[in-house]
Design a protein around this ligand. Structure first.
Ligand SMILES: Nc1ncnc2c1ncn2[C@@H]1O[C@H](COP(=O)(O)OP(=O)(O)OP(=O)(O)O)[C@@H](O)[C@H]1O
Ligand SMILES: [Mg+2]
Length: 260
């Protein structure tokens, strides 16, 4: 059965896109069929997989998420292959900046993305569909959460990282009134700087709250992540033995285990 997971947190820069890109890659490495969907007008997930010129072209054309939502096109029609085995992709468009306006005029607006994704989910073609959410908590993120079975919240190991998490979980509570099946799969701590001690406090605070379901694996800062993004590749494809690539593999194992 296809599992739809989203990476969401209204705190900007918490590692959503990087985690989605690399968890997706690790799932594919493990032999799973994966569909990645970039739901953010910043195009970061798309840039993690395709060179900039191609991203700009895709964002303008009719094979992207904004085009599908605006025109009511089933998402199966806007899927693009990636250079990697087992991974398909739906690119974003900068036009997603106007998505709230598009939703406003539509009937049953919380369910638009879920409905457009339904035939792809039902086809069983993918083991996992991963959605990268923008750092906002509006009607569009509501759509992303409603379309998902579970969410993963990447949290940066910083003082304000945990503050943002509280807002996010409150929003999830609201979404559950529309989509009661939505579950929190877990909180993933990212961008850990082991040269500083602060991250330990973040981990302790999270572990003291079992309802946050913190994953055991945390992701440390690694320059290879930035270089891989610069090269439009997931870190495991950029440098197979990079420390972060191994950490993403471990996090992915935990995620897949919780999905069973
Ligand atoms: N493990 C890591 N090591 C080094 N840099 C990282 C790591 N994870 C993320 N980054 C960097 O941190 C920045 C923010 O990460 P990312 O874009 O994934 O966050 P985000 O939550 O998706 O941001 P936004 O809220 O803007 O969508 C990026 O520049 C990325 O390169
Ligand atoms: Mg992002």
């Amino acid at each position: 059965m296809t599992k739809v997971l989203c990476f969401a947190n209204n705190k900007g820069g918490s590692g959503k896109s990087t985690t989605a890109a690399n968890v997706g890659y690790s799932m594919a490495e493990a032999g799973k069929k994966v569909l990645l969907i970039d739901c953010d007008m910043q195009l970061n997930l798309t840039l993690a997989y395709f060179p900039e010129e191609q991203v700009i072209e895709m964002a303008k054309g009719d094979k992207n998420l904004f085009y599908a939502v605006k025109n009511g096109v089933e998402l199966s029609k806007v899927i693009t292959p990636t250079p990697y085995k087992n991974i398909d992709f739906i690119p974003a468009s900068t036009l997603l900046s106007g998505i709230e306006f598009e939703l406003f005029t539509k009937w049953q607006r919380e369910f638009i993305l879920q409905n457009l994704l339904a035939s792809t989910v039902a086809s069983g073609k993918y083991d996992y569909i991963l959605l990268d959410a923008p750092p906002t908590l509006g009607g569009w993120t509501m759509n992303i959460l409603v379309a998902s079975d579970a969410l993963i919240v990447p949290v940066e190991a910083s003082p304000w990282g945990l503050f943002g998490l509280a807002n996010m979980l409150e929003f999830v509570g609201q979404v559950k009134t529309v989509s009661p099946g939505l579950t929190l799969l877990g909180v993933a701590v990212t961008k850990v700087d082991t040269r500083k001690n602060y991250f330990k406090q973040t981990l302790e605070a999270l572990n003291a709250q079992p309802e946050c379901k913190a994953f055991t694996t945390y992701i440390r800062l690694d320059a290879n992540v930035e270089w891989s993004e610069d090269a439009s590749k997931p870190v495991g494809a950029y440098k197979k033995n990079a420390r972060s690539a191994e950490e993403y593999r471990n996090l992915t194992k935990e995620i897949m285990k919780r999905c069973r």
